[in-house]
Design a protein around this ligand. Sequence first.
Ligand code: FPP
Length: 250
Amino acid sequence: MSKDQIDIAKLPKHIAVIMDGNGRWAKAQGMMRVFGHSSGVKSVREVSEGCAELGVEYLTLYAFSTENWNRPQVEVNALMTLLVKTIKKETATLMKNDIKLDAIGDRSMLPKECLEELNEAIETTRNNSRMTLILALSYSSKWDIVNATRKIAQMAKEGDIEPEEIGEELINKTLTTHKYPHPELMIRTSGELRISNFLLWELAYSELYFTDVLWPDFRKKDLYEAILEYQNRERRFGKTSEQISELKSK
Ligand code: FPP
């Protein structure tokens, strides 16, 4: 599988990834789960670089879910430390590659040091324009939808909107993902076939790609494989195959 097989004209603008299998990868080698997470950083680098080289405009990585706060405290602490260290260490690479960093999720839950490092990297990279790397941190889609619903209810209560004005557009605008187009492709590693509270609204029409590869083993060639499979699928958005062919021939 090589990069040349990919049709650049049909590239997804936005790819979202559930990076799964770090714990199992480490366990298979008789190592602590945390070793799996630190080894997963290389895959983060590979996928970010791979996407930027191809011309993908947005890459969202599910780095820490709201539910992950319930993991053993040592693992949560290790993950937070890893995030701080990685963000700090990789900011120069983001600058060199013209990549902008952003985050979605409940930042108020993050430890102070992690939040400061994250905000600093977001600020430093804010004028970069080749690709946007979005970290889903302390994120869950239900959290985002609940929050957006509260904001909209408040607007209605204050008389700023009428209930009839509540539609897809307003909901899109109120979610923390509002700045980005919805992902056309979602990749999940490690053989699990679930969405796990990730971008439930935004993935409505995305192509879902599941691979058995564990996240620390995920390399550029695996990314290319996922994109190629995406390009071979027919995206119908509720229409029939015939309607799609007709549209294409116009
Ligand atoms: C899921 O594997 C992975 C995570 C919860 C963490 C992913 C985080 C990283 C790879 C660090 C990334 C750093 C940055 C800056 C984005 P799991 O622990 O659920 O694995 P398992 O299912 O095998 O137990």
